[in-house]
Design a protein around this ligand. Structure first.
Ligand SMILES: C[S@@+](CC[C@H](N)C(=O)[O-])C[C@H]1O[C@@H](n2cnc3c(N)ncnc32)[C@H](O)[C@@H]1O
Length: 258
């Protein structure tokens, strides 16, 4: 299954420090605070990051904080760009190689939509976690680009987001409850991006869409994509551009930790 849909900064960015998109900085800070849930960082660690990918999203959330723990993914994590004080383990979240209550927090960013057995997976994460579990999933079905007053490129965006879960908020809450977890909070976060320049969030999302549609799946001709992209750029140059991204953010509590 391709894992092209992520809000993490691109890995190929040329710098020692992975660049965090300016548009997401407050969002990442809020995620960190939510995960701590009023605790001191030392009480929140070790933490478990489920489905880390190359670790850039984890870096964006934990950079400069004393939170550390273990990052797991089913894919090989050879190209680790995540925080250097985290351990990296290749494992499937459906069967975690850790003792009960080994962690004091867990987080899972943009992985929910890939889970084949969400209830089993959430139960397994709950087994190894004695503290809050933060689930963040971009609601790709709500991805939206506007130029001037009009929504444009809807069919291209649809092709990119195909297969993304609908009714995401309900799916997350229902799976969590079926896994015996308490849903402490669940919210819709809207991220609005109005800049379209190198290094901006919208620029990188458009790069991902292009890579997937034109190169990886070859379902859209480059010329067609580039025409749309140019139209968005023209609008941005006239301050008439916006991109909207929605994310579902859920904080779950395993049974014992109330
Ligand atoms: C879209 S990427 C998200 C990576 C990162 N968390 C981020 O936000 O950029 C999804 C990741 O979840 C991993 N994944 C999917 N199912 C998994 C499972 N059952 N156990 C562990 N990792 C899984 C994939 O290998 C992939 O690296």
């Amino acid at each position: 299954m391709p894992h092209h849909r992520s809000l993490a900064p691109p890995a190929q960015r040329n710098s020692d420090q992975p660049a965090i998109h300016a548009e997401l900085r407050h969002h990442y800070d809020a995620l960190y605070d939510l995960l701590l849930n009023g605790r001191a960082p030392r009480d929140a660690r070790p933490a478990l990051d489920v489905g880390s990918g190359d670790g850039l999203a984890l870096t964006a959330i934990t950079q400069g904080t004393p939170l550390h723990g273990v990052a797991i993914d089913t894919m090989s994590l050879e190209q680790w760009l995540g925080p250097s004080d985290w351990s990296v383990v290749r494992a499937d979240a459906q069967r975690l190689p850790f003792a009960d209550a080994a962690f004091n927090s867990a987080l899972m960013i943009d992985v929910f939509e890939w889970l084949r057995h969400p209830i089993t997976t959430l139960s397994e994460i709950a087994r190894v976690t004695a503290g809050p579990i933060l689930i963040v999933q971009t609601d790709w079905a709500g991805l939206w680009f506007q130029a001037d007053e009009a929504e444009i490129g809807r069919d291209l965006v649809r092709a990119f987001t195909r297969g993304a879960p609908e009714q995401l908020r309900g799916q997350i809450s229902d799976s969590a409850e079926a896994a015996g977890l308490t849903v402490e909070s669940v919210s819709n976060v809207s991220i609005n991006a109005e800049r379209l320049e190198l290094g901006s969030l919208a620029w990188d999302v458009l790069e991902s869409i292009r890579r997937y549609l034109v190169i990886d799946s070859a379902q859209v001709r480059a010329r067609r994509f580039d025409h749309w992209r140019a139209e968005l750029q023209r609008a941005a140059d006239q301050r008439q551009f916006s991109m909207l991204i929605r994310r579902i953010v859920a904080l779950l509590q395993p049974p014992a930790s109330g």
